[in-house]
Design a protein around this ligand. Structure first.
Ligand code: NI
Length: 162
């Protein structure tokens, strides 16, 4: 496994639509493992492939609730409900956070590394992370959804990065 370089806002790769993954090749498996390692190293709770410069529909998520890491190929939200409003950050927008309203409950389908269809159901932070990471696959950053502007965050906040 190896750490990958996280692309920062302004890099055009972050604004592109990602392509579905048809087959889990050794390269995809390595990419997924590297993304998990890179996410943990950066103290993030999620990372999407375009954030490491790869335009494929792959995200990794671990919100620290003991369930993760989830490695999600071709994820799709199939149900969402409720509402939560709170601070959100992104490893591609370092040192910043902003207030975003998201669904409070999300159900999503995805494929795992064996291309087996799986389902994830999340509330609160996990729901927020799923929405945030899936937005990356369509070229969208959370900053587009912020109300009230971005503010600086200090690095001892536990929910600073998603
Ligand atoms: Ni992000």
């Amino acid at each position: 496994m190896a750490l990958r370089t996280i692309r920062i806002q302004g890099d055009p790769v972050l604004n592109k639509e990602c392509r579905p993954i048809a087959e889990v090749t050794p390269r995809i498996r390595t990419l997924a493992e590297d993304m998990v390692e890179t996410m943990y190293e950066a103290n993030g709770v999620g990372l999407a492939a375009p954030q490491v410069g790869i335009l494929k529909r792959l995200v990794v998520i671990d919100v620290g609730d003991g369930q993760g890491p989830f490695i999600m190929i071709n994820p799709q939200i199939v149900e969402s409900s409720g509402e939560q409003t709170g601070d959100e950050g992104c490893l591609s927008v370092p040192g910043k956070a902003g207030c975003v309203t998201r669904p409070n409950h999300v159900r999503a389908k995805y494929f795992d590394l064996d291309m087996k269809e799986c389902e994830i159901v999340g509330d609160e932070l996990l729901a927020r992370a799923i929405c945030h990471e899936l937005d990356h696959l369509d070229g969208h950053l959370y900053v587009e959804k912020v109300t009230g502007g971005l503010h600086d965050v200090t690095y001892d906040k536990e929910d600073e990065e998603e």
